[in-house]
Design a protein around this ligand. Structure first.
Ligand SMILES: NC(=O)c1ccc[n+]([C@@H]2O[C@H](COP(=O)([O-])OP(=O)(O)OC[C@H]3O[C@@H](n4cnc5c(N)ncnc54)[C@H](O)[C@@H]3O)[C@@H](O)[C@H]2O)c1
Length: 343
């Protein structure tokens, strides 16, 4: 299985390192194939660190591999995914899939029709913290989930370790904190609490970047009757790179996820007053049996591709999150009115 990369920036580097950690190179016979990035310095640095070969075009990468990672800025994803699917390559595409819901839906249709193994970068689906929180919510002892408060804040990622400027350009990023960052949060709200039926949202733009909102506050009504809020903020406090805090209120259990997105801690309190906390390796140990395979998204993608099996989360899962994000923008642009999420 020859693996190529389109884009050699921050997230491509993350996936390349994660592939190495997964151990898939040995047993799966993963071969490092081509990488292309119009920023040739980045491509060269990526190749030197990973063992990939620098190519001078997208097509050269696509010709060099059986599976490809699409890790460019967002508006390039649809075109590159279509090219890869046409060649029958297995595809890992970063989130968000595209700058619009319609484009994301077309991408999912294209990969589904081509029958290739496909996976998206909604990596929190394999986070021990969220897997464990979901387990706690679904236990009968918790009762029904009633409410959720989800807060996500980070410094606006056109600075700091992101080293990107494209996130300030609506033509490349589509929009701001909700689509570019908090599509993860929407996906986790769906994963832990359930499908979302209706939203109301408001947005603000403090930085003055055209079309790049930096605050969104949304109210969500879930199909199971629960009600929640999502607040997402891009500020300039460089001491806060990316921080989430989630409070989930069930009839007889209160759950908090805080600290690290992967390793928690997760705290929970039951009706008998018992208080519990799990974090780090102990959290990983209890969460691992909750999924098929292991928690490394990249190892699981290439293993599925080698075996010709489906991977997850799929493009369809990402489209479901895009639907909610799209409804939130529709609401925000209409002054916060109630919008049904297309099902
Ligand atoms: N899953 C996650 O948690 C996560 C985290 C960060 C970024 N992302 C997503 O990953 C994507 C990339 O983000 P990043 O942080 O790596 O950005 P980045 O700026 O670090 O890297 C993007 C790279 O894509 C290159 N590029 C642009 N067009 C290209 C093309 N046609 N072919 C090849 N390369 C091209 C750019 O030159 C740039 O080097 C975005 O869609 C972003 O939303 C996901």
């Amino acid at each position: 299985m020859r693996v190529g990369f389109l884009g050699a920036g921050l997230i491509a580097t993350y996936h390349s390192k994660s592939l190495r950690r997964s151990g898939a190179e040995g047993p799966c016979g993963i071969v490092r194939a081509g990488v292309f990035d119009p920023n040739t310095d980045r491509a060269a640095a990526f190749a030197a660190a990973s063992g990939h070969t620098v190519c001078d075009s997208e097509d050269a990468v696509l010709d060099s591999c059986d599976a490809v990672y699409v890790c460019t800025w967002t508006n390039e994803h649809p075109r590159l995914v279509a090219k890869a699917a046409q060649r029958g390559l297995h595809i890992f595409c970063e989130k968000p899939l595209a700058v619009s819901l319609a484009a994301a839906q077309t991408m999912a249709a294209v990969v589904n029709a081509s029958g290739v193994t496909n996976q998206v970068g909604l990596v929190l689906r394999r986070s021990p913290a969220y897997l464990w929180a979901r387990h706690l919510v679904t236990q009968p002892a918790a009762g029904r989930v009633m409410a959720v408060v989800f807060r996500d804040d980070q410094f606006i990622p056109v600075q700091g370790h992101y080293g990107s400027t494209w996130r300030g350009d609506k033509n490349l990023a589509g929009s701001g904190t909700l689509l570019e960052h908090s599509i993860h949060d929407v996906d986790m709200l769906r994963f832990v609490v359930g499908d979302i039926a209706r939203v109301n949202a408001n947005e603000a733009n403090f930085h003055g970047l055209d079309g790049i909102e930096d605050v969104v506050a949304a109210t969500l009504t879930f199909r199971n009757g629960a009600i929640g809020t999502l607040t997402t903020v891009w500020h300039d406090n460089l001491a806060r790179p990316s921080l989430r805090r989630v409070e989930i209120f069930c009839e007889r259990r209160f759950i908090v996820i805080e600290g690290d997105d992967w390793f928690g801690p997760v705290h929970w309190t039951d009706a008998d007053g018992a208080e519990h906390t799990l974090q780090g390796e102990a959290l990983e140990e209890v969460a691992t049996p909750l999924v098929d395979g292991d928690l490394n998204p990249d190892g699981e993608f290439v293993r599925a591709a080698v075996a010709g099996l489906p991977a997850w989360p799929t493009f369809d899962t990402a489209v479901d999150a895009h639907r909610v994000v799209d409804a939130m923008y529709t609401s925000a642009h209409a002054g916060g009115s109630s919008v049904q999420v297309e099902s």
